[in-house]
Write a protein that binds this ligand. Structure first.
Ligand code: XMP
Length: 491
């Protein structure tokens, strides 16, 4: 007998962030000492379980550099052509480089004026002087050049350069290089082979910067980690990203539980070295279909702050239930889970981890920071930055339609699943991330867990009524001073 339609209403309940709270437990944990180390994919570990969203108002190289320096991961959007994407990946990989390989050099017979202009253009304050064989003859800096600019800017570099150059072998330890720099009061040391040919350059700024970011997410060569979004059918983009050194490729689709998407993602995975995270999904059946080849899975069908998927399509899955269902399956296969979207507060982020996520991805939380693309705008005396859904009309017109399985279409044919908005300006990623991670660590403290795996195991939820939700927020008061980690609407 055919199923009764009315049986469809015997429905399971699906919950989201505000429906649950973590049940407090006995604790011996000091929250700030909680270890936040996690994995986002089979081979990529992070010290901070946070990713910035692959959106054109959130993550390009500036955001990716900041996220990785502070221990998280930026996932760059794909509303740019392949060459631009490769350049953005290279920008992240070159930041904080300890040994600069692509050294700006001067030749001894250039004029002082030429070298001055070249250094200005390249944004460097000094350059080794090398002959045609690549041998280091000297070094020239702004200080050497300045006296010549007044009187002899046509003089040759060989006359202006310092020819007693302090060099070091290629395999010099950063500590030794730093000692050399202090001893000789210099800021850069050319690295040379046994025939005095230039192999690279170490700078004092580079070494000190590396020390400052001791929590950073780095690959085996010490470069910052970076993720990029690729379309499910973009094999060419995937290969280019892989070759450029991206650490994780995120198959970027609003509904990845689609057999054509899965087949194509599987083929892309077979062709590349980088890890592949497949998303977005939101059910245990979807997880079952991808865990055999995915290095990670990403969860979120419609929870995002700028999403209209649920109201436009009538489909979706409240995020705590979605994460828990996917994690049931993924954890059995040791595949990390990323909870993507809907996180307004640090409390939401740690609830997602309790539901089974290994890391969280946020868009609106970071869109208002300095490192997000776009400029600050002022409206009625308040500062904002633009934030738009990748399924909004504007983002789809800039090339983002494929995520929603929409080909390039006339404007009036576009069926958006997101809105274009503004979000309050917030300052630096570093301070936002500090609040987010600090709040997550405190949440772990309430449950008595010192590591993420322990927290996932030990945490339990209680269900909250709507009266309970109201009680959770500040109530019966007028807030007089803004807190750095709270506003009533989550911004
Ligand atoms: P939050 O809540 O952190 O969400 O701002 C960011 C996530 O939302 C997803 N996203 C969209 N979902 N329509 C959607 O249904 C859209 O236009 C859209 N744009 C982004 C995406 O997963 C992102 O990481």
């Amino acid at each position: 007998m055919a199923k009764e339609f009315s049986e469809k209403l015997d429905v399971p309940e699906a919950l989201t962030f505000d429906d649950v709270l973590l049940r407090p437990k006995e604790s011996t944990v000091e929250p700030d000492e909680s270890d936040m180390t996690t994995r986002v994919s089979a081979n990529v570990k992070l010290n901070v379980p946070v990713l910035s969203a692959a959106m054109d108002t959130v993550t390009e190289s500036g955001m990716a550099i900041a996220m990785a320096r502070h221990g998280g991961l930026g996932v760059m959007h794909r509303n740019m052509d392949i060459d631009a994407m490769v350049a953005e990946i290279e920008r992240v990989k070159r930041a904080d480089e300890l040994i600069i390989r692509d050294v700006v050099t001067a030749s001894p017979d250039q004029t002082v004026r030429e070298v001055d202009e070249m250094m200005e253009q390249e944004g460097v304050s000094g350059a080794p002087v090398v002959n045609d064989e690549g041998e280091v003859l000297g070094i020239i800096s702004g200080t050497d050049i300045r006296p010549y600019l007044e009187v002899g800017d046509r003089d040759e570099v060989r006359e202006a350069m310092t020819d007693e150059v302090i060099t070091a072998p290629e395999d010099v330890e950063p500590r030794e290089a730093l000692e050399l720099m202090y001893e000789h009061k210099i800021e850069r040391v050319p690295l040379v082979d046994d025939q005095n040919r230039l192999m690279g350059l170490m700078t004092m700024a580079g070494i000190l910067q590396r020390r400052e970011f001791d929590n950073a997410a780095r690959d085996e060569n010490g470069h910052l980690r970076v993720g990029v979004a690729v379309g499910p059918f973009e094999a060419e983009r995937a290969s280019a990203a892989d070759e450029a050194g991206a650490d994780v490729l995120f198959i970027d689709c609003a509904h990845a539980h689609n057999q054509a998407v899965i087949e194509s993602a599987r083929e892309i995975k077979a062709e590349i070295d980088a890890d592949i995270v497949v998303g977005n999904i939101g059910t245990r059946e979807a997880a079952r279909d991808v865990v055999d080849f995915a290095d990670g899975v990403k969860v979120g069908i419609g929870p995002g702050s700028i999403c209209t998927t649920r109201v436009v399509t009538g489909a979706g899955m409240p995020q705590i239930t979605a994460v828990s269902q996917v994690a049931d399956v993924a954890s059995q296969h040791d595949v990390p889970v990323i909870a993507d979207g809907g996180i307004r507060y640090s409390g939401d982020a740690i609830k997602a981890v309790a539901a089974g996520a290994d890391a969280v991805m946020l868009g609106s939380y970071f869109a208002g920071t300095d490192e997000a693309p776009g400029r600050v705008i002022t409206m009625q005396g308040k500062k904002y930055k633009q934030y738009r859904g990748m399924g909004s009309v504007g983002a789809m017109k800039s090339g983002g339609g494929e995520r929603y399985m929409k080909d390039e279409q006339d404007d009036e044919d576009l069926v958006p699943e997101g809105v274009e908005a503004a979000t309050p300006y917030k300052g630096t990623v570093e301070s936002e991330l500090r609040q987010l991670v600090g709040g997550m660590q405190s949440g772990m403290g309430y449950v008595g867990a010192g590591t993420i795996p322990e927290f996932k195991e030990r945490s339990e939820f209680v269900r909250v009524s709507s009266a309970g939700q109201q009680e959770s927020h500040p109530h019966d008061v007028v807030i007089t001073d803004e807190a750095p980690n709270y506003s009533p609407d989550g911004n």
